[in-house]
Design a protein around this ligand. Structure first.
Ligand code: ABF
Length: 222
């Protein structure tokens, strides 16, 4: 199976976690795009969605699912999203698509987080994928120095030669060279550095379930 087919497989499998009549949280990325395609078949039973990005919002609207503001919804039953890396305990690196802050907000509001990914995303220890961190622009140089002190090499993400600007008007710093053996402690520490909006380690908001697409079919980790 191609990687695209594995993504479609888990996108389809995630439908079983959507409860008819409940608001669903929808993440971002190519795997989630497969989920949104699958969700079109259930659209009459989905009263609305809270989305983590402008890109997913546009796709949801295109299939006729109303998109609600996070502030207008108290609890979301399930949040379906992809990951850049996931370990066997459900800790993830996210933010390759620069939507990590909204993703963490929607995840925090949801009773359950179902991660969908192809098997290339499963790792023993987080850190091979460059860790995205959303940072207020005036703090990027200092945050880069703070990562250097931890042994990481950080750089501001560029788009068309200039710093990428997130949906929230901030910048992204990507960090390589880290081995994140204590995801919970690492997330807590970096979260409190001044100027950091969101660190792309999802340990406090880890996945409750992970649906991994493999050549043998969907493998469920929980
Ligand atoms: C989002 O999309 C992320 O946080 C992660 O960066 C990315 C995964 O994308 P894909 O499914 O395209 O690999 O969920």
């Amino acid at each position: 199976m191609t990687q695209d087919e594995l993504k479609a497989l888990v996108g389809q499998a995630a439908l079983q976690y959507v409860t008819p009549g409940e608001i669903v949280g929808v993440g971002t990325g190519s795997t989630v795009n497969k989920f949104i395609e699958a969700l079109a078949t259930l659209k009459d039973r989905v009263p609305g969605a809270v989305s983590s990005s402008e890109a997913s919002t546009a796709r949801l609207k295109a299939i006729g699912i109303p998109v609600l503001e996070a502030n207008a919804v108290e609890t979301i039953g399930v949040y379906i999203d992809g990951a850049d890396e996931i370990d066997g305990q459900g800790h993830m690196i996210k933010g390759g698509g620069a939507a990590l802050t909204r993703e963490k907000i929607v995840a925090a509001q949801s009773r359950r987080f179902v991660c969908i990914a192809d098997e290339s995303k499963l790792v023993a220890t987080l850190g091979a994928f460059p860790l995205p961190v959303e940072v207020i622009p005036m703090a990027t140089a200092r945050v880069i120095r703070q990562f250097a002190a931890l042994g990481g090499q950080a750089r501001v993400r560029l788009k068309d030669g200039v710093p990428l600007v997130t949906d929230n008007g901030q910048h992204i710093v990507d960090v390589t060279g880290l081995k994140i053996s204590d995801p919970l402690g690492f997330e807590s520490e970096v979260n409190q550095w001044p100027g950091v909006v969101t660190v792309g380690v999802f340990a406090h908001q880890k996945a409750s379930v992970c649906l991994l697409g493999t050549a043998e079919g969907v493998r469920t980790l929980s």
